[in-house]
Design a binder for this molecule. Structure first.
Ligand SMILES: Nc1ncnc2c1ncn2[C@@H]1O[C@H](COP(=O)(O)OP(=O)(O)OP(=O)(O)O)[C@@H](O)[C@H]1O
Ligand SMILES: [Mg+2]
Length: 367
């Protein structure tokens, strides 16, 4: 259990290549932080700097208030698990887990107890005599987790530890890792580019792009109050739909004109848009906030392009001008390609973005 502070952290690999441009992050004790972002955005580089496997170009790393920026990896009190679990093939599961404890010269009886305890926690307590070659991929990854957890690290780093597992096992391991975290309370940083994994595991998500942090927030923050269009488009499956609209204020009303629809809203509820009178902006609407409306109050009517059944619901795609709009429709609604259907927006869940900066236009309650 520890706090971690990254201040102005950067890594430049060469004149043109930055691994990380700038990271400022405070991780609280016992917190489970997830780094999320597209390939090449600097997630692994950040983890390697924290672990001490990569020298920093600029900035500092403090663990529990102590500057560890220049301390060798083994003296940091940090454990790390990678995507390719890299357990030692010639050692039994027991010896793999016990390795670091032996280095620490822990008494034998204590080692035996700690190995058994940790192995039980990750559900491989029965496999201690096996060699890694005699284990499935999921079991090998559990050995890697046990090996990292056995030393009771101050900080536990996991870089895409589930990405080599099949989809079903990933979801199981996700839940187990969360339960293990609740038990160990080790401050943890977990890397993934799977946004549903991030949403389901994180206390807070750090969204990165091009070596920088774009937003830090709870899963609710990044989903319901996305800081900009990148986050709104990255989080959620299917992602947020964007509509370019022209805004005009007329007395107590504000109208938002799109080529396919016109929304008229009471100005008092959307006063933050007053500054956009006569200007264009972007409205973001999540797929679940676009509902079928067969009454004459539908905002727009459009032909269905494609229907994607998902079991619990169906994703219905429409073509609005040149843009594909995706909506989530309940499974019992009968929808076929070519059907002409009316739709409406959930007006409580509209997101507004500045067209030039792509940043969120905050509502009064968010400021
Ligand atoms: N050793 C290295 N030498 C030069 N450039 C590197 C090195 N390691 C990483 N980079 C570059 O730094 C940037 C960030 O890489 P990093 O591995 O941190 O990305 P990532 O977010 O972990 O991506 P992924 O999701 O694909 O694992 C990339 O542009 C990458 O090409
Ligand atoms: Mg990586």
């Amino acid at each position: 259990m520890a706090t971690l502070e990254l201040v102005d952290l950067a890594k430049r690999f060469s004149k043109k290549v930055w691994g990380v441009r700038k990271m400022d992050l405070d991780v609280n004790e016992k917190e489970f932080i997830v780094l999320l972002g597209p390939s090449g955005c600097g997630k692994t580089t950040t983890m390697r700097m924290v672990a001490g496997l990569e020298e920093v170009t600029r900035g500092t790393i403090h663990l529990d208030g102590k500057d560890i920026t220049d301390i060798p990896p083994r003296d940091r009190g940090i454990s790390m698990v990678f995507q390719n679990y890299a357990i030692w093939p010639h050692m039994t599961v027991f010896d793999n887990i016990a390795f670091s404890l032996k280095l620490k010269k822990m008494p034998k009886a204590e080692i035996r107890q700690r190995v058994q305890e940790t192995a039980d926690m990750v559900k491989i307590g029965e496999l201690l005599k096996r060699l890694p070659g005699q284990l499935s991929g999921g079991q090998q990854q559990r050995v890697a987790l046990a090996r990292a957890l056995a030393v009771k690290p101050k900080l536990f780093l996991m870089d895409e530890p589930l990405s080599n597992l099949d989809a079903k096992l990933r979801v199981v391991m996700r839940t187990e890792l969360k339960a293990i975290h609740q038990q160990t309370e080790a401050t943890s940083i977990f890397v993934t580019h799977d946004q549903s994994e991030a949403m389901s595991m994180a206390d807070r998500i750090v969204i990165m792009k091009d070596g920088e942090i774009i937003q830090i927030g709870t899963p609710d923050d990044v989903y319901f109050r996305s800081a900009n269009m990148f986050v709104a488009g990255f989080i959620g499956t299917p992602p947020t739909n964007f509509f370019n609209i022209r805004c005009s204020v007329d007395g107590e009303e504000i109208s938002l004109k799109h080529s396919n629809f016109k929304l008229v809203l009471p100005l008092k509820d959307f006063s933050e848009l007053d500054a956009y009178n006569g200007k264009e902006l972007v409205v973001g609407v999540r797929p679940e906030d676009i509902a079928v409306d067969s009454s004459d109050k539908a905002l727009f009517t459009n032909k269905v392009l494609v229907v994607e059944p998902q079991g619990s619901h169906q994703v219905v795609a429409l073509k609005l001008n040149d843009a594909i709009v995706k909506t989530i429709v309940s499974a019992d609604q009968s929808v076929k390609p070519g059907d002409s259907i009316g739709f409406n927006f959930n007006l409580k869940r509209l997101h507004f973005f500045n067209m030039e900066t792509e940043n969120r236009i905050k509502t009064a309650s968010e400021i």
